[in-house]
Design a protein around this ligand. Structure first.
Ligand SMILES: [Zn+2]
Length: 386
């Protein structure tokens, strides 16, 4: 009897409402403690990560003057940032990098460091220290995953490092951030992301040896159909690995003008004149003298009159002024005319001597148009070294 009473009193303690309240407080306290510990660990990890990044730049040395200035002046950072910007404007990016690293080394607080890290990443990118730029932007992204500006620089860095799959992953992040922002009316931005993704995929396919050539062609053709601006890069790739395929696809092109430099620089031995059907491509080789020689030899064989030769020469006139100028100069004068090529960005209208996938001035993708002019051909092989 006594035992059962003791048991009942023992068992009834958990029915007490006070016990429930105490239990609730204990659970809240435990959750709070876990959250506090987690935040402390995260902060420590972040500080440790920043310290590691700083150590990786230690070989650059710390500018004593900058360090001294930071010690003496409580509000020295804006002034130093201004000086670093002035160095960048004057092209002295190394000095700017030293200032930014000195600020990072001398400032204990992590707050405000992201701005300096971003500036340091951009300076590294501009100076061509791509691996360091990548580490810096990754450090920023680790703490601020939605920082679109850093993501855009990270994308460009990955692209320059030929890490195309990583760059595609960054585009996925940018698209997700954009879609979550709620403001999805900017179709131009989405189109630009799609175009970047297609371009990076094509670049990845060019360099991926694990994919068969047939599979690559199938995917590249699909990309070419969706994004005509990719055509030139894809055709140049075909030319390198499968000449027959290059000529087959090149003849179907709707933008022969933009391929003029590719056709013009193709050696005679790689031009299958007998299978050419596209009149614009035929015109290129007529101007270069490859097709005219055949026409003349055919006439010589058939022993037709001079009048007939003249009429054929007239019908062989090139529609493009520069090509016709080269053709005429080759036939009727002793000048060895040649075509000189330059490239104009369709976005910023800047003109460049070499073609690149991205405009060096405005960063527009595949925006180059081919410009050509007639020049006297100079045989550089026989140039004097003096
Ligand atoms: Zn441009």
């Amino acid at each position: 009897m006594l035992r059962s009473c003791i048991c009942e009193s023992d068992m009834s303690w958990y029915k007490d409402p006070l016990f429930g309240v105490i239990l609730l407080f204990i659970i809240i306290a435990i959750i709070g403690a876990i959250d506090f510990i987690r935040n402390r660990l995260r902060e420590r990890r972040r500080t440790h990560s920043l310290e590691n990044l700083k150590k990786s730049y230690e070989f650059l040395g710390i500018k004593d003057g900058v360090e001294e200035f930071l010690k003496l002046n409580q509000n020295a950072i804006p002034t130093l940032e201004f000086i670093a910007q002035a160095y960048i404007q004057s092209g002295n990016i190394q000095e700017a990098i030293k200032i930014y690293t000195s600020i990072l080394n001398s400032t204990a607080a992590t707050q405000g460091k992201e701005r300096i890290l971003y500036a340091l990443g951009v300076a590294h990118f501009q100076a061509g220290f791509l691996q360091r730029a990548k580490n810096t932007f990754l450090e920023i992204i680790k703490n601020s995953p939605r920082d679109s500006e850093s993501l855009l620089y990270l994308l460009r860095t990955y692209e320059k490092l030929s890490e195309y799959q990583n760059a595609i992953d960054v585009i996925d992040c940018l698209q997700e951030i954009y879609e979550q922002s709620g403001n999805i009316d900017d179709t131009k931005y989405l189109e630009s992301l799609e175009q970047n993704r297609a371009y990076l995929r094509a670049m990845h396919l060019f360099g991926d040896d694990d994919i068969s050539f047939e599979d690559k062609i199938a995917e590249l053709e699909s990309l070419r159909a969706r994004f005509p601006r990719l055509e030139k890069s894809i055709l140049v790739y075909y030319k390198q690995y499968n000449l027959a395929l290059f000529w087959q696809k090149a003849q179907e092109s709707r933008n022969i003008e933009n391929l003029l430099d590719v056709f013009w620089r193709t050696p005679d031995t790689q031009v299958p004149i007998e299978i050419l059907t596209n009149p614009k491509i035929i015109e290129v080789y007529r101007a270069r003298g490859l097709i005219k020689s055949q026409v003349t030899s055919d006439i010589a064989k058939s022993s037709e009159s001079k009048q007939s030769l003249d009429s054929i020469n007239k019908s062989a006139v090139c529609a493009k002024f520069e090509l016709e100028a080269v053709r005429t100069l080759r036939i009727y004068t002793r000048f060895m005319a040649d075509l000189h090529f330059e490239y104009r960005c369709s976005e910023c209208k800047g003109i460049f001597p070499l073609e690149s996938h991205r405009c060096p001035t405005c960063n527009a993708l595949l925006s180059f148009e081919v410009l050509c002019s007639v020049r006297e051909h100079k045989d550089e092989v026989h140039y004097s070294l003096l």
